[in-house]
Design a protein around this ligand. Sequence first.
Ligand code: ATP
Ligand code: MG
Length: 635
Amino acid sequence: MTLTTYADFHVRSLVERDAFWAEQARRIDWHTPPQQVCDTSRPPFARWFVGGTTNLCHNAVDRHAATRPQAPALIWVSTEVAQERVYSFAQLQVEVEAFAAMLVAQGVGQGDRVLIYMPMIPEAAFAMLACARIGAIHSVVFGGFASVSLASRIDDAAPKLIVSADAGSRAGKRLAYKPLLDEAITLAAHKPQAVLMVDRGLVPFERVAGRDLDYAALRRQHDGARVPCTWLESNTPSYTLYTSGTTGRPKGVQRDVGGYAVALATSMDYIFGGKPGETYFSTSDIGWVVGHSYIVYGPLIAGMATLMYEGTPVNPDAAVLWRLVEKYRVTVMFSAPTAVRVLKKHDEALLKRHDLSSLRALFLAGEPLDEPTARWIAAGLGVPIIDNYWQTETGWPLLTVAHHIPGVEAVPTRFGSPGVPMYGYDVQLLDEQTGEVLTAPQQKGVLVIKHPLPPGALQTVWGDDARFVNTYWKSVPGREGEHEVYSTFDWGLRDADGYTFILGRTDDVINVAGHRLGTREIEECISGHAAVAEVAVVGVADALKGQVALAFAVLRDPAQAGPALEAELMKHVDAQLGAVARPARVLFLTLLPKTRSGKLLRRALQAVAEGRDPGDLTTLDDPSALAQVKTLLQK
Ligand code: ATP
Ligand code: MG
């Protein structure tokens, strides 16, 4: 058989858009088939599989429970409380129906919002699937967010009911959720009718009479309850989820039902190559988009077992992830560069302690994957490392290499680039000044997606169509009026072979004496030095040069910090990028300020370095990172 090139396949997915997606739509069960594949009559909005009715929970659970009831569906491992549990598809359905019955008993129905503020425990997945089952819109908020961030999300989502638990746990430290939740509800203008509490017995908590419900008691009461799936028109909202807040106030991404199910089913096959009966392991959290798409919905829709992990990559030791791969014969794994960088601070031999023969690939997303990190983990694990670029908004990878499309040539990976545009995404690079399409290789431009966004991408910003239109579709000069291009707010560059490189966010470009430099390039260079584990570069206002670059580095061995290494790193930049890119200073920290999802908060670093108020820090993980910066800069 002769193979089509991936480029031809990609073009077909755009030119024959409706035929392409109609074919993919057959991967899921429809209660009534769609009448129209894509409705683009009201740009920039798009409606997928119009008129079709389906249900995410049916596709993730029931249809597999019907054919393979005993196959494992949800594998839960907690190294925090030393517990492991495996639910088959049949058992998962029982749990989800009981959960759905509790929601229904509280008067929760189609279109009502349910906010889920939970640690990584099976009940969190039950809650999401139960909402999907009855058409309630879930809004998962990352567990352990402080009360102010939680309160703003409660007000935005206006949930009828909140599902929570007594506590989460991180590296053995218990984190009580209930006081944070109570405080958030006090702060919020919107008051939920009920709070459903899962009591893990980790931290005692107060119950509010008439509002707080006990999950265990209700679970017994609804044991064996049957709640049929509600068939939902494909464009009914399924959930809302906030972006990470790396660049400002988080946006409430709203997703549909049918388009999302089809997009995930297709990606599980074409991108991840996952097969029913196998085990998928994503180290993310259900509070993030990766957790939605590739802990809960994607693997289950594909009939795979999904491994849900409560714990860190280094507890009890830095081989824990690989022990799980061995034990559960994981075939596909998904993590983030930030997790790999954590492992990189530990002995490489730990990567080889377990039998990884089941593992076919490790996918990494969320942040730029620097080449040294990619090479380190690739050599250590001996499997392909597959970078993939996407956003909360897109719901599934936009740039990567798809290895599993029948009849289509595989695209080899290339270090430093997540890959090529995925089928269904009409990606362009635009000149930031004129909005013109850049077609020649090695030109740097704003990465945009042409209308319509493919199935699975956001429908709108929850409750704020105007913010959706104005934020994403009007930001490129020369293109404001047309509702034609969606901006990712990331810089990209295409090489002669069509690989796209992500050069950072459009607001991460700095201007040193008239030279425009991407902070990402300087970071990539510094992180290539053997002494450096992690680095962040920001532009800081400078009276003489406009801006100068400041580098903040975390070392593999903190004892090496000092003027000698600072000078050496500067020389390293001079040699690789040239003196214009040389940071004015390299400061050594023991940790970098990151969002809870592990993304660098460059805007906060920059603000502190410029002596400004760092603004919204509600998504900041560990405030001590910024405190270190302040102390260093005072010296
Ligand atoms: P906010 O939009 O609220 O500022 P955020 O953009 O960090 O937050 P996410 O949707 O979680 O929220 O992250 C998507 C962004 O992460 C992308 O736009 C890109 O900047 C970055 N990113 C994700 N994957 C990759 C990757 N593989 N390579 C480079 N950058 C990536
Ligand atoms: Mg973003």
